[in-house]
Design a protein around this ligand. Structure first.
Ligand SMILES: [Zn+2]
Length: 490
């Protein structure tokens, strides 16, 4: 049994005894006890001489760092549903919000904003002029999980340009966005996100994005995450644009929910991963991925053509059609998919548009991180919202053996923490914050599916956030110990 160097305390609050520790670095597992005092891990090794208020028998369980969901749209859910059951029950202890160009801060909400501003429920209820204000709100009303926030390019555009977004920003507008972004980064934003595939930013040229990504690279420990301009027929060009943007701005880069959508593009991940590997010689590039062959987003004409099946999950003008297939709706109306889509908007959909071989190839890559891209607050959401992390551990690790358990945990913790500059989490070590998950590697399994998407997973036993139980014996507690994570020294 390995004993950790340094001070061994006389007592602690919680001891986890005899779990198999997967420390998040990708290192081999070890059997040891973990001692927690306050919000910190204070000792790893033999804790049999320590006194603790609470002991958890970890025999037969794996202990991992709390999972970091690097791709979320939880900015609003953290305020609307602060218990965050869809995250806690998966073992997630930190979420990166503000992805795909839309963030709650800095953002000035107004009527008439185009997609993707319709995709996230709650967006109309809350918007914050500054990251400092958002951070303050979360401090006053803490959620159950920790938060890292990206500042969204489309949110910046809406704040500066109003609803007039179907054009490039002027030089003056870019300067204003750059100032807002600079302040956001100073106030603790993790970086910039973009959603160049959506009407709100489709007309933003690369130069506009480079100018803002340069603001990011001027701050330490920050990153540029992009939902690229085209994930379908134009995926190669869009990956190339993202890589060039990162290089020109000298920004660390994340490609969001990497995929090759549409049958004509199946297999193109061989090429995109080659391009990414080449670019990694010149700068830091990584990406996130979710473990499903279906995506979910706004219902848009430009997305419906390439999917084998499209489920409409909600529609503002036709709420009664939620849950129906787009093809059935189109057939009933005697119109094309595109025309049906036009009539149903604003609406949200699930698109079956990926190839399993691409999903596996992307997930297996050494710089792939796991991120759910879940959309909380919608009725019948894509099951990724509740199932992503247990699905990787159950289906892709245990059943398919695509990844080893230590590799998979690294993609959910240590790798994610290093890319998003969360220096005191993502690894189990003395001195790190006590964000921990205990799970049964033989039983862990996602139970959420497309018919019943709002199901907690099996096999997640205990979850600690900042040293407090968020989930105990599989039951969520009412503790909300999450904090806003700003920019720390590396
Ligand atoms: Zn996206």
């Amino acid at each position: 049994m390995k004993t950790v160097r340094g001070h061994v305390p006389d007592n602690c609050d919680i001891i986890i005894q005899g779990a198999t520790i997967i420390d998040g670095t990708g290192a081999p597992v070890q059997a040891a006890d973990i001692a927690v005092l306050g919000n910190q891990i204070v000792h790893i090794g033999d804790c049999s001489t320590l006194q603790a208020e609470t002991s958890i028998d970890g025999t037969g369980l794996c202990a991992a760092p709390g999972f970091i969901d690097v791709h979320t749209h939880d900015d609003w859910a953290l305020l609307r549903t602060p218990d965050m059951p869809f995250k806690v029950t998966q073992g997630v202890t930190t979420v990166v919000a503000g992805n795909c160009g839309i963030s709650a801060a800095p953002f000035r909400m107004q009527d008439g904003l185009p997609d993707p501003f319709n995709v996230v429920p709650g967006l109309r209820e809350y918007s914050f002029d500054s990251v400092a204000e958002y951070r303050q709100r979360l401090t006053t009303s803490p959620p159950a999980v920790n938060v890292r926030l990206l500042a969204g390019h489309s949110s910046l555009r809406a704040t500066v340009m109003g609803t007039d977004l179907a054009r490039p920003a002027s030089g003056e507008e870019i300067d204003l966005m750059a100032q807002l972004l600079d302040t956001a980064l100073t106030e603790g934003a993790a970086g910039l996100s973009s959603g160049l595939d959506y009407p709100a930013s489709l007309e933003a040229p690369m130069d506009e994005v480079v100018a803002l990504a340069k603001v990011v690279s001027g701050h330490q420990n920050t990153i540029y995450a992009t939902h690229i301009r085209d994930e379908g027929d134009g995926v190669i060009g869009a990956v190339s644009e993202a890589l060039e943007t990162g290089q020109r701005a000298k920004a660390r880069l994340v490609l969001s929910h990497h995929k090759c959508a549409g049958k004509a593009n199946f297999g193109k991940s061989v090429k995109t991963l080659e391009m990414i590997d080449l670019a990694r010689r010149h700068g830091e590039v990584s990406f996130d991925v979710y473990p499903y062959v279906a995506s979910s987003s706004a219902l848009l004409e430009r997305f419906v053509g390439s999917a084998s099946k499209v489920i409409v999950i909600w529609s503002t003008p036709y709420p009664e059609l939620g849950g129906q297939l787009l093809d059935d709706i189109a057939a009933n109306w005697g119109v094309t998919r595109e025309e049906a889509c036009h009539r149903l908007k604003p609406a949200g959909a699930i698109y079956f548009d990926m190839d399993e071989a691409d999903v596996q190839r992307i997930m297996k890559h050494p710089v792939a991180m796991i991120g759910s891209d879940g959309l909380p607050g919608t009725e019948k959401p894509h099951p990724r919202l509740w199932g992503t992390f247990p699905r990787v551990l159950g289906h892709y690790v245990r059943e398919l053996k695509l990844l080893s358990l230590t590799e998979a945990i690294h993609k959910m913790t240590g790798l994610s923490a290093s890319r998003f500059s969360i220096s005191d989490r993502g690894v189990i070590a003395a001195g790190k914050k006590a964000d921990l998950v205990l799970f049964d590697a033989h039983k862990v399994k996602d139970l959420a599916d497309f018919s019943n998407p709002e199901q907690p997973s099996a096999g997640i036993c205990h979850v600690l956030v900042n040293g407090q139980f968020a989930l105990r014996h599989g039951i969520q507690t009412d503790t909300r110990a999450g904090v806003f994570l700003g920019n720390q020294a590396a």
